[in-house]
Design a protein around this ligand. Sequence first.
Ligand code: NAG
Ligand code: NAG
Ligand code: NAG
Ligand code: NAG
Ligand code: NAG
Ligand code: NAG
Length: 457
Amino acid sequence: MEAMGGMVLHICLLLVLLTDVSARFIHVPSSIRHGIEGKSLRLPVEIYFRLDEVDIQGSWSHTTTSGNRTILVTFTKESSIPNMMYRNRIFFKEPNMSLLIRILNQRDEGDYHLNLNIEFLNKSGRVFIEEHTVRVTVDVPVSTPVIEKSPSYAVVEDKANVTWTCSVERGTRVVFQWYRDNVLLGVSDRYHFSKDKSTLLISPVKKEDKGSYRCVASNPVSQERCRKASELTVYYGPYNLEVNSDQGLRTGEVFTINPGEVVFFECQAESNPPNSYVWLSKRRNTTRVITEGPHLEVVSYKLAQAEEYLCRAFNNVTQKQDETQFTLVVASLGTGKEKHTQDNNAVSPLAVITLCSLFIIGSMLLVFFRKACHPKRVLMRIYNRPISDQKRPHRSGHEDASEDFGIYEFVSMPGKIESAQASCRSLARLESLQDMHTTIYDVIRHVPETPGQNFLK
Ligand SMILES: *[C@@H]1O[C@H](CO)[C@@H](O)[C@H](O)[C@H]1NC(C)=O
Ligand SMILES: *[C@@H]1O[C@H](CO)[C@@H](O)[C@H](O)[C@H]1NC(C)=O
Ligand SMILES: *[C@@H]1O[C@H](CO)[C@@H](O)[C@H](O)[C@H]1NC(C)=O
Ligand SMILES: *[C@@H]1O[C@H](CO)[C@@H](O)[C@H](O)[C@H]1NC(C)=O
Ligand SMILES: *[C@@H]1O[C@H](CO)[C@@H](O)[C@H](O)[C@H]1NC(C)=O
Ligand SMILES: *[C@@H]1O[C@H](CO)[C@@H](O)[C@H](O)[C@H]1NC(C)=O
């Protein structure tokens, strides 16, 4: 097995060496040459020996694309014999071995072979045989392509197909390329090209197909771009509908605005042609049109606590519509900066309030235990904290509940010993004590809602 491998390797090496030897004395720069019809084409040959050291004998022959092989010229260092049929179509001047083909036409296409025997005149007297082939194509340069679109009018996305045609008057072996806004069109399952890419069918047309189309026609000897681009207009949308406002605070689908503020909303969606917009308000399961157009102005004092709004965008060409809904809440926000820090701060005001409350409860309980059985006390307010400067609607029946916020301790009044005793006695028992705790806790838990709580929910 190994011996076999070694042998193969040796044969390979030998072949490489032989090839190397045969390619040692001449070089034909390219193995394929593209000629232009009507022009001439030189097939150059470089030699790596001194002419006075050798005798040479060689020929150029031509194999047509149909397979007919003809000798064009045979030559030595000193003389050449051209084929009389090709006398006017080729030029060869020894000892230079390059071949010039004049006034190319389609018949000149095919393979050109150079066969050469080189005999060294020094003592070695060795003869080398060289053979090289050059493939020649002959092309007519392309003329400026013309682009056409069908249909010629603007189309509605998802509903229409567009066909582009690129054509040239002259040119052989023409291939086409397509560009949209100067970017080469790649592969897409919506693009259908003909074999030479002279037609492009886009099916179905989408929004992203809009733009300026050009085609480029090319062959091995030339490349031309159409002079005038063809525009494709696509009707689409609405897409990416959204409502924005410079004022107020947005949390998801809830806008919070300050009381007394006048707020402007703008509804936007991508669409061609431009959308028509309608604003609606939803209240108690009924929808009412407020206004038309992209803008909405809301005066907060005219609002109930929270109201649902809806912006609807409609494209009357695509016959598509979209809508978005949001809730408008009126609550005190403070300045915009504050809002921001509230959003980002790890310690929210709610947490601070809770911590303070817990601390106060602890302290109160301590005080309470120490003083619970000293009945000679009047109803006392231990803690009272104004909540907010904002006047807010409150749920309790009496004048201003926020004034009464705090922890209350119940103790008996002089002269009402019976109930006082009951109080003390019951305090001695654990379950009653728990009741007491619950009572205190409840008072604190009914902290009137602070504005912050509203939008943090
Ligand atoms: C052969 O002749 C052409 C011009 O006739 C020249 O450009 C070319 O360099 C010559 N080649 C060699 C190997 O002398
Ligand atoms: C080959 O060339 C000869 C003479 O030029 C012609 O008669 C013949 O039809 C050619 N054959 C082919 C296959 O083209
Ligand atoms: C003869 O000339 C060839 C090419 O220059 C060279 O490779 C070879 O070694 C020479 N032989 C002798 C015997 O000088
Ligand atoms: C678009 O082309 C598809 C096939 O690719 C065809 O089914 C559809 O009917 C064509 N639509 C129009 C409007 O021509
Ligand atoms: C579509 O709406 C625009 C206004 O947005 C209007 O000018 C145009 O006439 C409408 N077209 C149709 C076909 O309804
Ligand atoms: C809203 O109206 C629809 C019918 O118009 C009814 O089915 C639904 O129960 C109503 N919802 C409420 C909350 O009133």
